[in-house]
Design a protein around this ligand. Structure first.
Ligand code: PDD
Length: 281
């Protein structure tokens, strides 16, 4: 098996040899944040946006940013350059560091920094053509979903709920309103207009959230961010997922019911094409 070089606290090491102490607060408390950045032809896609979100996540949980932006980019470049694949998915993981187990922040602790990369696995053409199945569920996560936290148990359970029903994602609702999916943002399309939930504490603002806004504006597609009811999702003409690894992906069924005509629609096709253009630009 390929054993890629990863970065851990200043050292490049084979993944199989990378180790962290058991008192790392990421292991003990899930006290950390992460970032996932797609790489196409060895170029980071939307690097500025991902860096800005990384910095926001660190600030949101009070971890002093251990690196400047240039340093981060150089570290990522080291890991990306060491991998043979041209198209990758870089994973950055920063925890508060290693300290005696006590809930409140320890003093004078050095953050743990881990960076790895893998070949990016995108949905196949056959999957895109058919669209994917999703299931719905109540959003039972905490109220700080805007932080890209490594404490992902709520998302893990939502993903497992989908997997057990042969679906790719659980689409979640809080108090009857759409939030997001286990590991992607969700959009609905009605009468040619795209709608997404507001960018608040109930969802992670995906880097593709901003990109969809830009692509809709450029393509003359009306877009609004507002609270979306469960009924609106089930009555939508199209439902789309976006994430670093799904790009833009059409949903063809939710809870076994067809979305619109049960096949990917024209707004999906337009946004997917625009996304591919943005990657190539
Ligand atoms: N997930 N919402 C959640 C809960 C997510 O986990 C993700 C991404 C998104 C979309 O964000 P972006 O467009 O920046 O990928 C929305 C990543 C890919 C993951 O956890 O692997």
């Amino acid at each position: 098996m390929h054993d890629p070089l990863v970065y851990l606290n200043g050292v490049m090491t084979p993944l199989s040899e990378a180790k962290i102490p058991v008192l790392d607060r990421g292991f003990i408390f899930g006290d950390g944040i992460y970032e996932v950045i797609p790489i196409y032809q060895r170029q980071l896609f939307r690097a500025e946006h991902h860096m800005a979100r990384l910095f926001r996540s660190l600030a949101a949980i009070g971890i002093t940013n251990p690196h400047t932006k240039d340093e981060w980019m150089a570290l990522i470049d080291q890991v990306v350059s060491a991998h043979p694949a041209a198209d990758q998915m870089v994973y950055l993981h920063i925890t508060r560091g290693v300290a005696k187990r006590a809930h409140a922040f320890p003093k004078d602790v050095t953050p743990t920094v881990f960076i790895m990369t893998n070949p990016i696995v995108l949905p196949s053409a056959a999957v895109r053509q058919a669209g994917v199945a999703c299931v719905s569920m109540e959003d039972k996560r905490w109220l700080r979903c805007e932080i890209k936290s490594i404490s992902l148990l709520g998302n893990v359970l939502a993903a497992q709920n989908a997997a057990e029903q042969d679906a790719v994602e659980s689409i979640m609702f809080r108090d009857g309103f759409l939030t997001e999916a286990s590991s992607s943002n969700v959009w609905i399309v009605k009468d040619g207009a795209v709608m997404g939930p507001p960018k608040d504490n109930l969802i992670l603002e995906g880097i593709r959230y901003g990109l969809i806004e830009e692509l809709c504006t450029a393509g003359g597609i009306p877009l609004s961010a507002r609270r979306i009811t469960r009924d609106e999702v089930f009555a939508a003409d199209e439902v789309l997922l976006t994430s670093a690894t799904k790009e833009v992906l059409p949903v063809s069924r939710i809870d076994g019911l067809p979305v619109g005509k049960g096949v990917p629609g024209p707004v999906y096709a337009k946004l997917y094409a625009a996304y591919q253009d943005a990657k190539a630009a």
